[in-house]
Design a protein around this ligand. Structure first.
Ligand SMILES: NC(=O)c1ccc[n+]([C@@H]2O[C@H](COP(=O)([O-])OP(=O)(O)OC[C@H]3O[C@@H](n4cnc5c(N)ncnc54)[C@H](OP(=O)(O)O)[C@@H]3O)[C@@H](O)[C@H]2O)c1
Length: 351
């Protein structure tokens, strides 16, 4: 018998303007599932997540060159999870091969890439497919038509964007509206205490206009916000092991890196006062943002999932006073955009 899914206290939010309800915390497979973690340990991670209310898993065709999707598909089968209990999202763009049509957002790659992802996942459909990057070499009409086709075929229920500019998302909506096609429902974007301009400022108009949802990645700034790098690079950590993070490791020796670590130290003190960890505080801070639909957790061990889910206990502790204290430590709140050249009509600055 399939294990029964229980929310176990996990809150759910609607994914943008769609009817899909996503858990506030989900699980991602970048660098970990099928990469640094293979075999039974993947099962431990996915089972721990599922048993604690995380029924949404994010992956991509490029993650560990297809291995992430394969491992997720295999483990879901082995655990006997019911497909209807799960929300599976994947992303297309980077491909698993290097041929001229094996990457990007041409209709050819979107359709072929989608079929290959489903094969690796051993599934008939994903819940959401994301365009992993914008592709300005392909007409927007071709991209929107291709994702619409994928949805009409039943291979995905919804589509979204990832790391697209607000202008590009807006263009996709214009094209979809003009042609009577389905537009994107969500943006998979980076949002954390050190990365705020795009999710908090640039996207503000599209949240308002299209109700765009966000599936947030790197909410821990790749682990930096847990405080694990406060006293150097621990063995076995992402900054120590992953070649693409060599630059991050080096930057911790520089002025900018020192300043970040100093902020994490101050956040650690603030977290202690709330009887929690800096990691849980950082995750709760992203989850508190009402434009966040789900925060995708990255985890190399099951214990990290349990630790990170403590963010749910921190959420109600984030009073306006605590949020102000965090803001003072960070000192990087994006400035709101004001219409240029127009006089203020009102001294209290409601323009
Ligand atoms: N659309 C995109 O372009 C894009 C880009 C990036 C990520 N994503 C998605 O978002 C997911 C999460 O991104 P991310 O992995 O960058 O998230 P993250 O939460 O910023 O970093 C996760 C990493 O931090 C470390 N960590 C997590 N919890 C910890 C804890 N409690 N204590 C100590 N270390 C801890 C682990 O690395 P170590 O243990 O190895 O140090 C873990 O793999 C990805 O899996 C992927 O699905 C999407």
């Amino acid at each position: 018998m399939a294990p029964t899914y229980k929310t176990n206290g996990m809150p759910f939010r609607k994914l943008g303007p769609s009817g899909l309800r996503v858990p506030l915390f989900s699980l991602g497979g970048w660098l970990t599932i099928g990469g640094s973690v293979v075999g039974d340990p993947v099962k431990d991670i996915i089972k721990t997540a599922f048993d604690n209310g995380i029924n949404m898993i994010d992956t991509a065709e490029i993650y560990s060159n297809g291995k992430s999707e394969e491992e997720i598909g295999r483990i879901i089968k082995e655990l006997g999870l019911r497909r209807t209990d799960l929300i599976i999202t994947t992303k297309l763009y980077f491909g698993t091969r290097t041929g001229p049509n094996d990457t990007g957002l041409s209709r050819k790659h979107i359709v072929e890439g989608m079929k290959e992802s489903l094969e690796r996942l051993q599934m008939d459909y994903v819940d959401v497919v994301f365009a992993h990057r914008p592709d300005n070499t392909v007409p927007m009409e071709e991209i929107v038509r291709a994702f619409n086709y994928v949805i009409e075929k039943g291979w995905a229920f919804y589509w979204g964007t990832s790391e697209w500019s607000a202008r590009e998302i807006e263009e996709a909506h214009h094209v979809a509206d003009k042609l009577g096609l389905i537009g994107p429902i969500a943006e998979q974007c980076e949002h954390n205490m050190f990365h705020r301009e795009r999710p908090e400022k640039e996207y503000e108009p599209i949240y308002k206009k299209y109700g765009t949802g966000t599936t947030v990645f790197s909410a821990l700034a790749a682990g930096l916000l847990t405080g694990k790098y406060n006293d150097g690079i621990p063995e076995g950590s992402r900054f120590a092991n992953e070649p693409m993070f060599k630059g991050n490791a080096k930057s911790l020796q520089k002025k900018e890196g020192h300043a970040k670590v100093q902020k994490v130290r101050e956040l650690t003190k603030l977290a202690k006062g709330l009887d929690t960890t800096p990691g849980a505080l950082a995750l709760a801070w992203v989850a508190k943002n009402t434009n966040t639909s789900t925060v995708i957790l990255g985890a190399s061990k099951p214990e990290q999932i349990l630790e990170n889910l403590k963010a749910l206990e921190v959420l109600p502790k984030l009073t306006p006073q605590i949020m102000d204290k965090i803001e003072k430590v960070l000192g990087n709140k994006p400035k709101p955009e004001y219409p240029r050249g127009r006089q203020r009509l009102d001294i209290s600055a409601k323009l």
